[in-house]
Design a protein around this ligand. Structure first.
Ligand SMILES: O=C(O)CCC(=O)C(=O)O
Ligand SMILES: [Fe+2]
Length: 319
């Protein structure tokens, strides 16, 4: 972790309407606001994007219908059948790290869906390949994949705005998204009525560049400010809540902040559904802190190697 010195003692997550990204006269001010929020809070509610609340709700409906299927149906698209970590992950299932305890949730993973004759598949590029789609529920593939593509589009806009807001070329980050390994996870946390279970997701910072989250109306997401206080980030219908991950904090030279967050168990009497989308760049991206590009001795890391290592550590995979 680099020093997250711009983090502020905020008392709420800011809300920013990005519709003015389309207006050249208003775009610079929007980019500066976005960047400032990413520095001081690291979390932002995003409104004014192209997805309607109905489209977003439809993804939850499909997710609910899928997770409600009998286990043997879900196992037809088991993560262990995909060399690219696509498909269904059951409760507490985990990878090759014996110290990792697993997470008490079910997940379904989607990434860019490449046909078998795509050159990246032929070249056996890691993490590039086809999704696993269940035959049921009807409409799942279409609804979930449109959500994947739309959210990816919003992610591109956000990365352009952050670049512009930092005085960098618009495509400073997005030039590394020609064959992105971005990933959508549909999550279901089972209903937890035991009040001694305080957290559904333990405190963590995200590994990646940016995460675009859509959460159902259960609530419980909390974000840690500079003073160590946990600030609620309640659901806002139709709005994404996005956050900066460790990779972008490093890439931005520590300027943008990867903020600690967790999900509290609110004992809502229902399972919790959420849709984190991880806006990961190309497998072969070598990330260096801004301003150190010409310095061969400056620290850098390989995005794909890091992701593959992490995935193998936490998720089961083919053999
Ligand atoms: O489920 C949520 O709302 C948060 C999930 C999260 O923080 C993550 O997947 O990184
Ligand atoms: Fe997270």
């Amino acid at each position: 972790m680099t020093d997250a010195s711009r983090l502020a003692a905020f008392d709420a997550v800011p809300v920013i309407d990005i519709a003015s990204a389309e207006d050249p006269a208003q775009r610079p001010a929007l980019a500066r606001r976005m960047t400032r929020a990413a520095e001081e809070v690291g979390f932002i509610y995003i409104t004014g994007h192209a997805n309607s609340p109905q489209q977003l709700d439809a993804v939850f409906d499909q997710g609910r219908a899928f997770f409600d299927l009998p286990d043997d149906e879900k196992r037809r698209v088991d993560l262990r059948k995909s060399p690219h970590f696509r498909g269904y992950l059951g409760l507490l299932e985990r990878g090759n790290d014996p110290t990792f305890k697993g997470n008490y949730l079910e997940a379904f993973h989607v990434a860019q869906d490449l046909p078998p004759d795509h050159p990246d598949v032929g070249a056996r590029m890691p993490l590039r390949g086809p999704n696993l789609w269940p035959a049921e529920p009807v409409g799942f593939r279409q609804v979930v994949y449109s959500y994947f593509l739309n959210t990816y589009g919003v992610g591109i806009t956000l990365l352009e705005l952050f670049a512009e807001g930092m005085g960098l070329p618009t495509d400073f980050f997005t030039r590394h998204y020609a064959r992105s390994i971005a990933q959508l996870r549909l999550l279901r946390y089972p209903q937890q009525d035991d009040p001694s279970v305080e957290l559904l997701a333990r405190a963590h910072r995200d590994t990646g560049v940016i995460t675009l989250l859509y959460q159902d109306d259960t609530g419980g997401l909390e974000v840690e400010n500079k003073a160590g206080e946990w600030i609620a980030a309640p659901p806002m219908r139709g709005a994404y809540i996005i956050n900066i991950g460790n990779t972008l904090q490093f890439w931005s030279g520590g300027r943008l902040t990867s903020t600690n967050h967790r999900v509290r168990n609110r004992g809502s009497g229902a399972p919790r559904y959420s849709l984190p989308f991880f806006m990961t760049p190309d497998y072969d991206t070598a990330v260096r802190a801004i301003g150190t590009e010409g310095d061969a001795d400056a620290p850098s890391f390989h995005v794909g190697d890091q992701m593959l290592r992490t995935y193998r550590r936490i998720w089961p995979s083919v053999a």
